[in-house]
Structure formats: structure tokens, C-alpha cells
Design a protein around this ligand. Structure first.
Ligand code: MN
Length: 219
């Protein structure tokens, strides 16, 4: 797996225009992003990013890109926990595979592991019970969905609590829904002890051997 470099910004938007504008694809190995075919169910990925401040990057496939939020404390499976989620720029679908080290001095410099990944089912419905397209639900500021990952499972919701009219930076909350998969004290493990869903490695192991082959345990 070729290492890919990654930068971040605080922008948001519905396309990869912001992502691409920041990069010179004749100089970087990062994916430009193509019109990749979506699967039967849209994908999600949660990466742990040991940057200037440790955070989780929560990404959902929507309309051909990964809509992205930076979640400082990470997702919780306890419905009482309201986790702040700050939108970041859309990323290409290929970013779900990124695990490695962003060079020091680059924006977002630090180590990234894929903490969890899988698929999700959109759950948002209108008042008449009809399904609402997921992108439309997000534009309106509230989307619920069921995650089917190796760690995160069950219903979750993202709700915009600030911004949305372009006047200030958006802020969202990521909250577990109270279903049979809800747990008390449901926070993620210490990010420094957490292991990659792809390679089983910790942040430290990836940092020490960023070029190491994945030893995938997945069938
Ligand atoms: Mn990040």
C-alpha cells in the first residue's frame, strides 16, 4: 500500500474542490479522487489522528465523497455523551484506506490509524415516514444512521448546533441513539492504546514503522 500524504483544513463544501485546490497532484502521492463506484451500502471510516491535538476523524460516504468531521473525544456508544464534531473538508473515498504518517511540518502532521470502518444505513425520514436522501438530511442539519462497523454499531445521529447559514463555522454533535446497542460509559479506548481495525497496530507502532505491510486479520 503506497503511503499517502494528507492535509486538512477547516473548510466545508459539497465537492472535492477545496481538497484539490490545496494540493499539487504532480507533486504529492495523495489521491486526487475519482468517480469511484459506490457499493450497495455507503461506507464509513473513523481514523485516529495524532496531530497537534489528538482527535478522531469521522467520515461518511455521501454522494461520492467522504463527508468529514473532527471529533476531539471520539464517538461514544453511550447516548448520554454528546460529542462535539467539527466539519472538515470533504475527502476522496480513497482516504478510507489511509493509515500512516503525515510528515512533520505539513498541516495535520502526525500519525493516522484506521480505528474503525464498515458501512452505514441512512435512517432519516420526513414527517410522513418517507426516507430523506442522506445529503439532504445533512444540509438540513440533522441526519440519523445505523453504523455497521467492527467497533461502532447501531444508531447514531449528527445534529448541527451552530452555523449552517455561512455566517460562522459550523459545529455539530455526534450522539448515539438509545437502542439495544447503546452502552453506558461507551467512550472509545484511550487513543494511544487503540488498535487499527485494518492492521491491528497502535499509533506508536505505525509511527515507528510507517512503511510496514499491513498484516490484515480480515477475511
Ligand atoms: Mn484529522
Amino acid at each position: 500500500m503506497a503511503e499517502q500524504r494528507k492535509r486538512e483544513s477547516t473548510g466545508s463544501g459539497g465537492t472535492l474542490r477545496t481538497y484539490r485546490a490545496k494540493r499539487h497532484f504532480d507533486r504529492t502521492a495523495e489521491p486526487r479522487g475519482s468517480a469511484e463506484e459506490g457499493g450497495e451500502h455507503p461506507l464509513f471510516v473513523v481514523q485516529i489522528h495524532d496531530a497537534s491535538t489528538m482527535h478522531f476523524d469521522f467520515r461518511l460516504e455521501v454522494d461520492g465523497v467522504l463527508k468529514s468531521w473532527s471529533v476531539p473525544k471520539g464517538p461514544s456508544s453511550d447516548p448520554h455523551d454528546k460529542r462535539l464534531a467539527m466539519p472538515t473538508e470533504d475527502h476522496p473515498l480513497e482516504y478510507r484506506d489511509f493509515e500512516g504518517v503525515i510528515p512533520a511540518g505539513e498541516y495535520g502532521g502526525g500519525t493516522v490509524i484506521v480505528w474503525d470502518d464498515g458501512t452505514y444505513r441512512p435512517l432519516s425520514h420526513d414527517r410522513r415516514g418517507r426516507p430523506v436522501p442522506f445529503g439532504e438530511a445533512l444540509r438540513k442539519g440533522h441526519a440519523s444512521f445505523r453504523l455497521e462497523g467492527s467497533k461502532l454499531r447501531g444508531g447514531y445521529a449528527l445534529t448541527r448546533i451552530r452555523g449552517g447559514d455561512g455566517s460562522e463555522r459550523e459545529a455539530w454533535l455526534l450522539v448515539k441513539e438509545d437502542d439495544r446497542l447503546a452502552r453506558q460509559h461507551g467512550g472509545p479506548p484511550d487513543p494511544r492504546r487503540a488498535r487499527s481495525a485494518r492492521s491491528g497496530r497502535t499509533l506508536r507502532q505505525v509511527a515507528e514503522h510507517p512503511e510496514a505491510e499491513w498484516r490484515s486479520d480480515r477475511s
